[in-house]
Write a protein that binds this ligand. Structure first.
Ligand code: AMP
Ligand code: MG
Length: 399
């Protein structure tokens, strides 16, 4: 049995790289960019009108001009026009290129148009107002997005602007999430009195969807031969196996023995933590990674958030997870020599502006309904057994 610090180090030490691939913009969300993105043109590419109104030459206004004969119209999407009468104006629409010989836009609200003349109704016109200068934001060739960024809707918008319909992104591992246990039936089925529906695979899979990973969900019966056969097939097919159940001391907990019979290298089995003590982690000779989590829903859930999520971040070469911290809102006691992942509900204290964590303990690692009442785990260190209200601890937040 090893402490959580060591387990974390081992897990993160076995991060992998899965290469690169192209993803169309519609599938790029949440992926990790593997290319720099540069401006293919200036941002904006032409001096752009930002208000519907009239465009004038500021000098005319500065010289006292207040009535501007309208020469014509500059619409968005039309080639640039030219103002010929330097004391006149052109009507301009938002998104249009600013006409030649003009530099200032006055919005319709500030003029009155009669008989083809725009009469100024406002004071305080400033040179260059309502015109977004060419290259004001970014210059052609400038790097706008760095490789390694997580693609959010903002990155998608920029990529589209510079003409990229597909992006080079980090390739994701293929993952199988495998439940074990003869008491389990599928979500669609009606369980007998002695059965339950398998929930872990769905909860774990849901943490992966956000990264763009769509794992296969499989099941193994509590049978040594069947376990070995299925695991062996999965190890051929997938980069990562996430198992739930069958890693404790029960007579039908075949997973560790089956994995070792298949030649898998155990990197650790059992971590000084609650929940999640029986967690098994290992690797195949050809670098496939195996997370064998305890079956109890809260244990499997916590291990997914606390170990698999950071492993994935590291494998995708993202910055290490920056754990939030929160203030324990009530005194709490926990005796065993284990790191305790206390289920908490967080809230902001309006007086101090600090994030508070109120214990919502639940009834142990089988109480999955309690996960809905909580929104995170507060990581209480092993060395202590009394935790004072007001102390700050790392928070594993999952909402
Ligand atoms: P095990 O780790 O196999 O001893 O299972 C511990 C507990 O977790 C048992 O009560 C199982 O019924 C339950 N369990 C195991 N796998 C799942 C699953 N996929 N979904 C929900 N509960 C499970
Ligand atoms: Mg079991």
């Amino acid at each position: 049995m090893i402490p959580i610090e060591e387990a974390t180090k081992i897990v993160l030490g076995h991060s992998k790289s899965y290469g690169e691939e192209m993803a169309p913009l519609s599938e790029a969300i949440g992926r990790i960019l593997r290319q720099d993105i540069h401006a293919d043109r200036d941002f904006p590419p032409f001096t752009r009108v930002t208000m519907d109104g009239i465009a004038i030459r500021f000098n005319a206004y500065a010289n006292g001009q207040r009535k501007f004969p309208i020469e014509g119209m500059q619409a968005a999407g039309s080639p640039q026009r030219k103002l010929h009468n330097l004391d006149g104006c052109l009507e301009v629409m938002t998104g249009a290129i600013l006409p030649e010989n003009t530099d200032t836009v006055i919005r319709y609200e500030d003029v009155k148009i009669e008989n083809g003349v725009a009469r100024l109704q406002a004071n305080g016109i400033e040179k260059g107002q309502n015109a977004h200068l060419r290259a004001f934001d970014r210059k052609e060739g400038e790097r706008i997005i760095k490789a390694g960024s997580i693609i959010s809707p903002a990155e998608v918008g920029v990529a589209a602007t510079v003409g990229l319909s597909a992006l080079k992104v980090a390739k994701l591992p293929t993952v199988a999430i495998i439940s074990t246990g003869d008491e389990l039936v599928q979500v669609e089925e009606t369980p007998e009195p002695h059965q339950i529906r398998s929930s872990n695979v769905h909860a774990i899979a849901s943490t992966l969807y956000g990264w763009g990973i769509h794992p296969d969900k499989l099941h193994i019966a509590d049978d040594m031969d069947a376990t070995q056969a299925k695991l062996s097939a999965c190890l051929e097919q997938y980069d990562v196996l996430i198992l739930s159940g069958g890693v404790s001391k029960g007579k039908f907990d075949y997973i560790p023995a089956a994995l070792s019979a298949l030649g898998m290298k155990k990197l650790f089995h059992k971590v000084k933590q609650r929940p999640g003590k029986p967690f098994w982690f290992g690797e195949s000779p050809n670098g496939k990674v195996i997370f064998a989590l305890p079956g109890n829903p809260v244990s499997a859930f916590m291990c997914t958030m606390r170990y698999i999520r950071p492993w994935l971040r590291k494998s995708l070469e993202l910055e290490p997870m920056d754990y939030a911290h929160a203030v324990l809102a009530e005194d709490f006691k926990f005796k065993p020599d284990l790191t305790y992942f206390l289920q908490v509900r967080t809230f902001f204290d309006p007086d101090t502006g600090r994030l508070m964590a109120k214990p919502v303990e639940g009834h142990g690692s089988g109480d999955l309904a309690n996960l809905v009442d909580a929104d995170g785990f507060l990581e209480l260190p092993r060395e202590k057994d009394k935790f004072k209200k007001g102390k700050v601890f790392p928070l594993i937040f999952y909402r």
